[in-house]
Design a protein around this ligand. Structure first.
Ligand SMILES: *Cc1c(COP(=O)(O)O)cnc(C)c1O
Length: 456
């Protein structure tokens, strides 16, 4: 170890910043299984995929061999607005816990969208613009992805149409207004603008919508206009690739001060922040250069890695995107309403799934109330009010640090703090009022949902 004092926050200098994304698939001996075209049920071709995504993104999606993909200058320039993200030593948390462990967190909440999602939103918007498209459509549940995409589109002068699940549209007016301030067109879903929206409204009058329905509307809107594409904020290989910026910066910051991480922890919804954070470290493991304990943390209410099956499934309820082989609870699985909207996804990115399947990563589930207890503990000593999603990683980081307290080991723990929770005060209110519950799906519930995964 070097004797340089380690700053409270490690920031990279401009010339230390990553200039290329890292594609961990290039170093994987067991590649993720090929994507399947839902139209033919055969491995998807670039041509077919380019109808769903912009061509450059479709190429990235299928590229299993190129380790480094240069980040276009315009995206690097955009990143300068909120990157580098600091790698922070949680001295106060360590002291409070009385642990000999050293705890670091990579903070991705330093932008208006309040999460890491902007890292991929800008890339997806950039390639859409390059291709001469007019705009993009998407869905948003809790609102983080819609907000990030709105910001990226505003920067590039691209049209952004967001279908927001109606109950969120009504319950989260602030996120909605952030999106509108950035010029996005936000429509409560189900709407009367699309065929699927009109059908659902007729069938279920007064419904407050669902993510699946919002996805179907966004996909329909994009497919009706050749100037538009539908974009996704997680799960896909391309999103993990863009999110590798998190791990690359983290690794560069650690290397700068000769710090060797022992444990790396991320919360897992669709797997994009976790996959991005661990990619460069998993790459070292795959090349036999180093070893780390990588931990995925998922909510007990939506346990795809820990209780799902490793099979082909649909990524979207609309069944438009290619199928992926992944740990899944079944695309029809409706997780109990929880306060970590960003983790309520039925499946896990195929890269993360394969790494987990091959034993390079562990997975844990945590219950909501213990997650909020960790969030509160963290907020009190580290100053940042964390997003409920991010707090899943905090929970396990604290648990690991407390284990070190028992054993006296001075392990170095790094976790991803994906965002801030200022728009989640209703959730904190439930917690503060002692009204928050924990929901764990039954085996039967999961089996019923898994029975509906496609067989071929
Ligand atoms: C969306 C979101 C997540 C989960 O998404 P992943 O694709 O699994 O990373 C985690 N944290 C925050 C703050 C989010 O907005």
């Amino acid at each position: 170890m070097s004797n340089k004092p380690i700053p409270y926050k490690i920031y990279l200098e401009e010339d230390e910043m990553p200039k290329a994304w890292y594609n961990v698939r290039a170093d994987m001996k067991n590649k993720p299984a090929p994507l399947i075209d839902p139209a033919t049920m055969e491995p998807i071709t670039l041509e077919a995929l380019s109808k769903v995504f912009c061509e450059e993104l479709a190429k990235q999606e299928l590229d299993d061999t190129t380790p480094y993909i240069p980040i276009p200058q315009e995206i690097l320039d955009f990143y300068k607005m909120y990157r580098p993200a600091p790698l922070v030593r949680a001295y106060c948390l360590e002291k409070k816990l009385g642990t000999p462990a050293k705890i670091y967190y990579k903070f991705e909440g330093n932008n208006t969208s309040g999460s890491h999602k902007l890292n991929s939103a800008i890339a997806q918007a950039y390639y859409a613009k390059q291709q001469g498209l007019k705009g993009v459509t998407t869905e948003t549940g809790a609102g983080q992805w819609g907000t990030a995409l709105s910001m990226a589109c505003a920067y590039l002068d691209l049209d952004c149409k967001v279908y927001m699940v109606k109950c969120s549209y009504e319950q989260k007016p602030f996120r909605r207004e952030v999106m509108r301030t950035y010029g996005a067109n936000v429509t409560p879903s189900p709407s009367m603008e699309t065929e699927v929206g009109r059908r659902i409204n007729a069938e279920f009058p007064g419904t407050t919508g669902s993510l699946g329905c919002a996805i179907s509307e966004a996909v329909e809107a994009a497919s009706n206009d050749p100037g538009y594409r539908y974009v996704l904020g997680s799960v896909m290989n391309q999103v993990l690739l863009h999110q590798s910026i998190i791990g690359l910066e983290t690794k560069a910051a650690l290397d700068k001060y000769d710090i060797k991480a022992d444990i790396i922890i991320g919360c897992a919804g669709g797997g994009s922040n976790l996959g991005g954070l661990v990619s460069p470290f998993a790459g070292e493991m795959l090349r036999g250069e180093a070893n780390y304990k990588l931990i995925a943390v998922e909510p007990a209410s939506c346990p795809s890695l820990t209780r799902g099956s490793y099979v082909y499934d649909y990524c979207d309820t609309g069944k438009i995107c290619p199928l992926q082989k992944m740990y899944t609870l079944g695309s029809g699985f409706i997780p109990a309403s929880s306060h970590a909207g960003g983790l309520r996804y039925h499946g896990m990115s195929s890269v993360v799934s394969q790494l987990y399947h091959d034993g390079l990563m562990e997975a844990r589930t945590v219950e909501q109330t213990s997650v909020f207890a960790a969030a509160q503990e963290f907020a009190k000593v580290e100053g940042i009010l964390p997003a409920p999603e991010s707090s899943h990683a905090i929970r396990v980081a604290i648990d690991e640090a407390l284990k070190c307290k028992e054993t006296g080991e001075e392990k170095t723990i790094v976790f991803g703090l994906t965002g801030t929770g200022y728009f989640d005060m209703y959730a904190y209110q439930r917690f503060n009022d002692g009204q928050m519950g924990d929901y764990i799906p039954s085996d039967e519930e999961i089996a019923t949902s898994l029975a509906k995964t496609p067989k071929f």
